[in-house]
Ligand binder design. Structure first.
Ligand code: A3P
Length: 297
């Protein structure tokens, strides 16, 4: 899928009712225009490679941030000539584009928002290295709320309160944040999985870039690491977003801060999320990594 394909989908979205924009596949909601059923079916049999560079994130956890970082790392390490502008999400490709991806030279850069149990089995069989970026659930919800209301392929016009309820029951694109987090917590011992958090990267992006390039086996000099992190700050990426993301640039690069939930959650909503976090993630290793006390209370 090229960036002009994305523009076509946006034009189609203008003629699609909100009710038609989402559909359920195997119990999970997806945006129909971006990943229709034929795409999800085609992806199930996708052949992974050991040297694929795979990026995974629940929506709004910083996927596009890491797309920018990884593309820059791959250019600097000599694997790619220039940064591609094509969204790397495997569930957006569709059968035809997947054929081209099957023939693309290594190393391929791929990404997905799919739940870990729905990532094609081949990625686990081939021991493909996967970078997973997570973000605290309160900021993720706020970011997703704004995305729903500004991205034409998603239903819009909902109040924050009604979106809050939908997010909490997992009735949003790609399903429940908490189901994803619990799924990744089970994979924390997998040496081919590296989990980073949005908040840690905000605090020390240079260190993040260093660790990510080492994980994928790309050797970069200290100068290259500094250069990539300088070009991957929120302001730098927002500035070039019209070029990298077209019309949706300002929507993908909205505010880029930790703690915006405080401007949106009522005390009652905050308590409700705390309860779910305590039930599902407190005491887990991913729960500890998310540093909920610091970022969400
Ligand atoms: P906000 O909506 O809170 O601003 P995704 O790419 O997974 O859709 O995530 C989007 C979120 O990541 C948005 O959050 C966006 O602003 C933020 N983001 C994008 N690039 C960033 C960067 N370089 N630094 C920090 N945050 C960034």
């Amino acid at each position: 899928m090229s960036s002009s394909d994305v523009d076509v989908k946006i034009q189609m979205a203008e003629k699609t009712s909100d009710a038609e924009k989402m559909y359920t596949y195997k119990g999970v909601l997806y945006p129909r225009l971006m990943c229709p059923e034929e795409n999800l079916k085609a992806v199930e049999n996708m052949e992974a490679r050991e040297d694929d560079v795979m990026l995974v994130a629940y929506p709004k956890c910083g996927f596009n941030w890491m797309v920018g970082v990884l593309r820059k790392i791959m250019v600097e390490a000599g694997g790619q000539k220039s940064e591609s502008k094509t969204p790397p999400l495997i569930e957006f490709f569709g059968p035809d584009n997947l054929k081209a991806v099957n023939e693309a030279p290594s190393p391929r850069f791929l990404g997905t928002h799919l739940h870990p149990d729905n990532i094609p089995a081949s990625f686990y069989e081939k021991k493909t290295k996967m970078l997973v970026i997570f973000r605290n659930p309160k900021d993720t919800l706020v970011s997703y709320y704004h995305f729903y209301n500004n991205n034409p392929v998603l239903p819009s016009g909902q109040s924050f309160d009604s979106y809050f309820s939908q997010f909490m029951s997992g009735d949003v694109g790609w399903g429940s944040y908490f189901d994803h987090a619990v799924g990744w917590d089970k994979k924390m011992d997998d040496p081919n999985v590296m989990i980073v958090t949005y908040e840690d990267l905000k605090q020390n992006l240079t260190e993040g870039v260093r660790q990510i390039s080492t994980f994928f086996g790309f050797n970069l000099t200290e100068d290259q690491i500094q250069q990539i992190s300088g070009q991957s700050t929120f302001n730098a990426m927002k500035q070039s977003s019209a070029d990298t993301h077209g019309h949706l640039g300002n929507i993908f690069f909205r505010k880029g801060v930790v703690g915006d939930w405080k401007n949106n959650f009522t005390p009652e909503q905050s308590r409700e999320m705390d309860e779910v976090f305590n039930k599902r993630l407190a005491g887990t290793r991913l729960g500890a990594k998310l540093n909920y006390q610091q970022h969400c209370q």
